[in-house]
Design a protein around this ligand. Sequence first.
Ligand code: ADP
Ligand code: ADP
Ligand code: ZN
Length: 214
Amino acid sequence: MRLIMLGAPGAGKGTQAKRIADKYTIPHISTGDIFRANIKNETELGMKAKTYMDKGLLVPDDLVVDIVADRLNQRDCDKGFILDGFPRTIPQAKALDEALQVMDITLDYVINVDVPDEAIVKRMAGRRACSVCGATYHLKHNPPKKEDQCDVCHGTLIQRDDDKEETVLKRLTVYHEQTKPLIDYYTKKDELVTVDGTRDIDLVTEEIIRLLGD
Ligand code: ADP
Ligand code: ADP
Ligand code: ZN
């Protein structure tokens, strides 16, 4: 199964991608997670990416495309993968098409998680992430067992710098301008399926699995 998760920031891409990756035993590849790991390790890539991420802007295409192409060429992607947060621009989608063509593989589905802007802004205020392993929670919709503590690794939960309301609003504008055109792009390729991302987390997962098949 080769999949892409598409959607606005906070639509639930990461939450659903992890569940789908477990269900189909395929690697979950999140470009946001890759950047955050690089920032934590203070790599050159991380330092470059951070200047854009802090402002709610996209990291330039040339910094993203090669990383993903390299990742897709690793052995564990032989049985499939789920890309979360990539592609985010038309040039990235075209670069991905080329990389897949060279690998002689095609995508199965692009899953568009649809959530209106108003719901996103409300939802993002409650997102918390583990400072150690990156697991994501929501104060109301997906609370950790112990306040401020990660269920998985007991790390401290934090609010991401870019989840402050003004940065969220900027990220939404960027989404509409640069990422939303991908809905058209993948509709034309007949690869897009859309799910209603405003429903409960479990119901969204069920809908995705129903669309993909067992
Ligand atoms: P969210 O899941 O909330 O949309 P991500 O964790 O996917 O956020 O991404 C966080 C930030 O990392 C983005 O706002 C952007 O700056 C950067 N980023 C992640 N993926 C990409 C990408 N494919 N292209 C450009 N920038 C990216
Ligand atoms: P994305 O990767 O698209 O940025 P996340 O998966 O991190 O989004 O989800 C954003 C926030 O919303 C997280 O706090 C998550 O727990 C919560 N969330 C995810 N899906 C839902 C849903 N269907 N209903 C309510 N809250 C959700
Ligand atoms: Zn953790």
